[in-house]
Design a protein around this ligand. Structure first.
Ligand code: DAH
Length: 370
């Protein structure tokens, strides 16, 4: 590369043209040899470097000795030269650099792996999709909930022992508030049933995927933060048979058409009657194995017919804005609800034995779902 600072012998137009033509020729010659990224960078530093760049040094030297009237024509020419250098760099940056000495084109390229859905989100989306195909839509709600939505409106009165089944994480310093406004981390997605019905008259067909929190110690099957998908259907003439048919279809869609379902009496404050749903063991086909504790069945979700007390709580909320509201009169409408744990379903689908794998971020685990 040319390093010496050329002399500028005169400042008339012809001398300036001549001097800059020489510099431009140098730039052109050097630019033609830029085949590697390293050479390009050296070229850039050599000409445009902020302290020792050639353009800087030459313009300093030439402008200093120039009479006032030559400054402008000099400035214009330096700008043009700078543009020429920048253009040369742009052209080189866009040019393919193949088969050039110093580059081994037989080396493997840098592979950018496509991202995949996390197995938990994948299971959650699969569950939601089954219900979307039945005409359900999705609703979401807050993770920090009030006592009213998480418990009271769902027919867990204050101090009722049913609250003990949900090891609740309470937000601190709420004692001064009325009990219905106290904040907590939602223990289930069921509060969004209430939020939906307060906002919308029947017919309602919604699924509610989301994160829930409980004061549970982490072990192979428990985590203080986990995920649920809730469902709610309210309309005229909804019966327990509709509930059974819907969930039987959903389980077959998720686990294969050979899967059978059965319903056991259970208790939830917000449904009456309530049931636990079991599916025939997908590992042994119902014969009995270690995974199903030799029963042939795996318990998967809770469900039931919406309790009239829940409709009553919804109605009193709705009457705050419309005193004549009668949309959720249990004499006219009925509904069913269900709730399932996403981790549990994903663990059964993929034979995963430790819930902790979902949260560890271990690529060896996650890559298996690519
Ligand atoms: N919310 C219940 C829980 O977290 C699950 C559940 C059971 C939801 C029955 C429902 C239902 O909607 O009908 O344990």
């Amino acid at each position: 590369m040319t390093d010496a600072i050329p002399q500028l012998l005169s400042h008339d137009e012809a001398a300036l043209d001549q001097a800059f033509a020489t510099l431009e020729a140098q730039v052109r010659a050097e630019a033609a040899t830029l085949t590697t990224a390293e050479a390009q960078e050296n070229f850039r530093l050599h000409w445009l470097g902020r302290k020792q760049g050639r353009l800087k040094l030459i313009s300093e030297a030439w402008l200093k000795s120039a009479p006032a009237e030559a400054r402008k024509p000099l400035g214009i020419r330096f700008n043009q030269l700078k543009q020429q250098i920048e253009q040369a760099l742009e052209v080189q940056a866009g040019a393919p650099k193949t088969a050039v000495a110093g580059i081994d084109i037989t080396l493997p390229g840098l592979v950018r792996e496509p991202g995949i859905e996390h197995p938990l989100l994948k299971a959650m989306h699969e569950i939601v999709a089954v219900f979307h195909n039945l005409g359900y839509s999705t609703n979401l709600g807050p993770q920090v909930e009030t006592d009213f939505y998480n418990f009271e409106a769902l027919n867990f009165p204050p101090n009722h022992p049913a609250r003990d089944t949900q090891d609740t994480l309470l937000v601190a310093d709420q004692q001064k508030k009325p009990s219905r406004d106290r904040l907590l981390m939602r223990t289930h997605t069921s509060p969004v049933q209430i939020r939906t019905m307060v906002a919308q008259a029947p017919p309602v067909r919604i699924v509610i995927p989301g994160k829930v929190h409980r004061n549970d110690a982490a072990d192979a099957t428990h985590s203080p933060i986990f995920h649920q998908v809730e469902g709610l259907c309210v309309d005229t003439n909804i019966t327990f048979s509709d509930l059974k048919g819907t969930l039987d279809h959903a389980m077959k869609a998720l686990f294969g058409s050979a899967v059978k379902t059965r319903f056991f009496p259970s208790f939830f404050p917000f449904t009456e009657p309530s049931a636990d749903v079991q599916i025939s063991c997908i590992f042994c086909g119902g014969k009995g194995c270690r995974k199903c504790k030799h029963s042939g069945w795996i318990e998967l979700l809770g469900c039931g017919m919406v309790d009239p007390a829940v409709f009553a709580a919804v109605t009193s909320e709705r009457r705050k804005t419309d005193p004549a509201d009668d949309a959720y009169n249990p004499e006219k409408i009925s509904g069913f609800a269900f709730g399932m744990g996403v981790e549990r379903i994903a663990m059964i689908q993929h034979g995963i034995s430790d819930i902790g794998h979902f949260y560890s971020g271990d690529m060896r685990f996650l890559e298996q779902f690519a």
